[in-house]
Design a protein around this ligand. Structure first.
Ligand SMILES: CC(C)(COP(=O)(O)OP(=O)(O)OC[C@H]1O[C@@H](n2cnc3c(N)ncnc32)[C@H](O)[C@@H]1OP(=O)(O)O)[C@@H](O)C(=O)NCCC(=O)NCCS
Length: 166
């Protein structure tokens, strides 16, 4: 069971949470592209993947953390985590781990045998986090000491691919 910070609760996101999540991405990410990362989370994710996503919020309704994930339509044995974010003030206390473990548990119960995610080569925090969560990082080219796939998401958009068994 996920351990929440004091005076916080957890629920599935609704469409009305969409902008708050995108806004949090702009404030919480410290990668060079932080201002545009939120564009990778269009409204469709809270319209169609709410049941496999979570939002943690304070009693006053401030977003504290979120996870956006889903089960693959094409390969039902694969679960995918599209985004995870924790308010910088709540980091380092197991909230990111708790959200991942909650997702792992539900996807495993649904029949998934593996979970995938990706990140950018510059997002070292994400790479450390995924390593701690038991993911193996994949890539076929070295960029500043990190293995990644060049042009994975378009020209210049290199990505580190993470995989973990459930
Ligand atoms: C990555 C992120 C979600 C981690 O959240 P968090 O609540 O601080 O993580 P936790 O406290 O649950 O840590 C879980 C594990 O990851 C490790 N970890 C987390 N951040 C780390 C860091 N910066 N460096 C090294 N290890 C780290 C912890 O040591 C912990 O390991 P343990 O459980 O084996 O002791 C958070 O830093 C964040 O929101 N970052 C910005 C958004 C982002 O980059 N998201 C990922 C890409 S979608």
């Amino acid at each position: 069971m996920i351990e929440l910070p004091p005076a916080h609760s957890i629920r599935h996101p609704t469409e009305s949470d969409h902008w708050a999540i995108v806004d949090a991405i702009g404030r919480w990410w410290d990668t060079p592209n932080a201002g545009t990362v939120g564009r990778l989370l269009p409204r469709l994710f809270v319209q169609h993947f709410s049941g496999t996503s979570w939002i943690v919020e304070s009693e006053s309704g401030e977003i504290g953390a979120f996870l956006i994930g889903f089960r693959s339509q094409d390969d039902p044995e694969v679960a995918y985590i599209h985004f995870v974010g924790v308010d910088p003030e709540l980091r380092g206390a197991g909230l990111g781990r708790g959200l991942y473990e909650l997702f792992f548990e539900e996807m495993k119960a649904a029949g998934c045998t593996e979970v995938h995610a990706i990140t950018g080569p510059s997002n070292r925090r994400s790479q450390e986090f995924h390593a701690a969560m038991g993911f193996t990082a994949h890539g076929d080219r070295d960029i500043n000491g990190v293995l990644a796939y060049p042009d994975y998401d378009g020209p210049g958009e290199w990505r580190v691919v993470f995989e973990r068994s459930l």
